[in-house]
Design a protein around this ligand. Structure first.
Ligand code: MN
Length: 479
């Protein structure tokens, strides 16, 4: 299981008794937080930082432990911050500065100089905060008594974002075929994405998957079909067409496992050797947390996997979507979002149906796909674009709604949502900001999660919601 290291700051001037108490309070705090964060991350207490050497050792331990996704620091006493410089300079993982105390209330009747010297986060945490700011290290400050619900919630959020960043640093995107010809927003600087986020973007010929798909045994295809039938309703008698998708998924799964990929892209301009565009094959994989980007969109493929990881364990749905068409009824504007086939089953409000229909473009055989109506509730739409000299995340608050009427002739899965603060400002803001037509919709994550990810990765963030006004629009356009 992923873990966070918990590091307490002090110094060796205080004497043995004081340092014993610091360690004991640290153990109590870590035990409490371990309980609260169980199922998300483990937390492990490292030796109290009394000297620069201990700090360096602790940070190196965090850096070298593959299970460690981040570090929490707290200054129980004053801890002269020059001794943190070398260690912090070596830390390359998300950092949380927990500004808290072992005691909730001041013991007014009992307080003496010993108590004040032992419990001086107000003093030590500011000294420490200064050096983190001075070093320019991206970090998160959470302030408040550590047992308070809002503080625990923020630490949980940090743990989830840190796990997502850890996945980001271990992301391998297998791109089958290149970026779809002429499409702009799906392209971008792959080298910069690797330097900034750790994404390895590796090109493969689709033939590498075709070979594995063709080699799938009847037993493997049968097992995949059984998986489909356990999760979805078979609403077609063209079983051979579905079996072909099952064969693709077996091939893709083997490829992903063999090459340690965490996500993939395809493009219907390069499907040589496949009779169908992967539909249910891609959908079912997204349902398991594998990132997918159509039209060679490596960014949304990686970003969707990272945000699915961030949302792990929370209620709600998270996944890739494409903006498609609008209902522009005045004052009741809605968006219908979908894709040609590849809408993740996380969004299903009903049991998805396996259906087979022709595909209007691409010149391939009729593909099998999952069809369903979408979930409802408050959510966010978030995307990541390459602005030439930097990456930009755009996060818009949306309300997912029930589709007003059935759409019996639309043979794809779909979701619908309302923009905020309204259609005119919300969608214009997205356009001004250069938001992509590929994004991640989530009813599990919120703006604050995305803001934390943006801060910890040093990415520009533009937010759109009820607090967005017409006067903000041109601001988004300014680079
Ligand atoms: Mn698309």
């Amino acid at each position: 299981m992923e873990k966070l290291y918990f590091i307490i700051g002090s110094q060796d001037l205080y004497g043995e008794e004081c340092l014993k108490q610091v360690a004991a309070d640290g153990r109590e705090m870590v035990e409490f937080l371990k309980g609260k964060l169980s199922g998300i991350v483990d937390i492990e207490l490292l030796p109290t930082v009394e000297t620069a050497d201990i700090c360096v050792k602790n940070m190196r331990k965090a850096v070298n432990d593959d299970d460690c996704v981040g570090v929490i620091t707290w200054m129980h006493t004053f801890s002269p911050a020059k001794m943190w410089i070398k260690g912090l300079q070596e830390l390359n993982k998300p950092l949380l500065h927990l500004h808290t105390q072992a005691n909730e209330k001041l013991p007014y009747d009992e307080i003496d100089m010993d108590f004040m010297n032992l419990n001086q986060a107000a003093h030590g945490d500011r000294e420490y905060g200064y050096i983190v700011a001075r070093l320019g290290i991206p970090h998160e400050v959470v302030a408040g008594y550590y047992k308070h619900d809002n503080v625990v919630a923020r630490i949980c959020q940090f743990a989830q974002v840190a796990k997502a960043i850890n996945l980001s640093k271990n992301t391998m995107i297998a791109t089958f075929g290149n970026n779809m010809r002429d499409v702009a927003v799906t392209d971008g600087n792959r080298l910069e994405a690797q330097i900034k986020y750790g994404w390895e973007v590796k090109y493969y010929g689709i033939g590498d998957v075709v070979k594995l798909a063709n080699a799938a045994t009847d037993a493997e295809v049968d097992a995949k079909m059984a998986e489909y039938e356990s999760k979805y309703t078979m609403a077609t008698d063209r079983i051979d067409v579905v079996r072909e998708q099952a064969r693709y998924e077996v091939g893709l799964e083997k490829f992903i496992a063999k090459n340690k990929a965490t996500c993939f892209t395809d493009t219907f301009q390069d499907l040589y050797g496949l009779n169908q565009l992967p539909g249910i094959a891609a959908q079912n994989l997204m349902g398991k947390g594998i990132g997918f980007g159509p039209e060679g969109d490596y960014k949304i493929s990686a970003f969707s996997a990272i945000l699915m990881k961030m949302a792990e364990g929370r209620d709600g749905a998270t996944g890739f979507i494409e903006d498609y068409t609008y209902d522009m009824t005045e004052g009741q504007e809605l968006e219908l979002a979908s894709h040609m086939l590849e809408v993740p089953p996380q969004f299903a409000v009903n049991k998805p149906e396996i259906q087979v229909h022709p595909l209007g473009i691409g010149g391939k055989s009729d593909p099998a796909r999952l069809v369903f109506d979408g979930v409802t509730g408050d959510g966010i739409q978030v995307t990541l674009v390459d602005m030439g000299d930097h990456f930009r995340i755009i996060c818009a608050d949306v309300e997912l709604v029930k589709q007003p009427k059935p759409m019996p002739k639309l043979p794809v899965a779909r979701i619908m949502y309302r923009h905020k603060p309204d259609f005119a400002i919300g969608t214009a803001a997205w356009c001004y900001a250069g938001g992509a037509h590929h994004s991640v919709i989530s009813t599990a994550l919120n703006r604050s999660d995305i803001a934390m990810f943006a801060r910890l990765t040093g990415t520009e963030l533009i937010t759109i919601g009820d607090d967005t006004t017409e006067a903000d629009l041109q601001k988004f356009f300014t680079k």
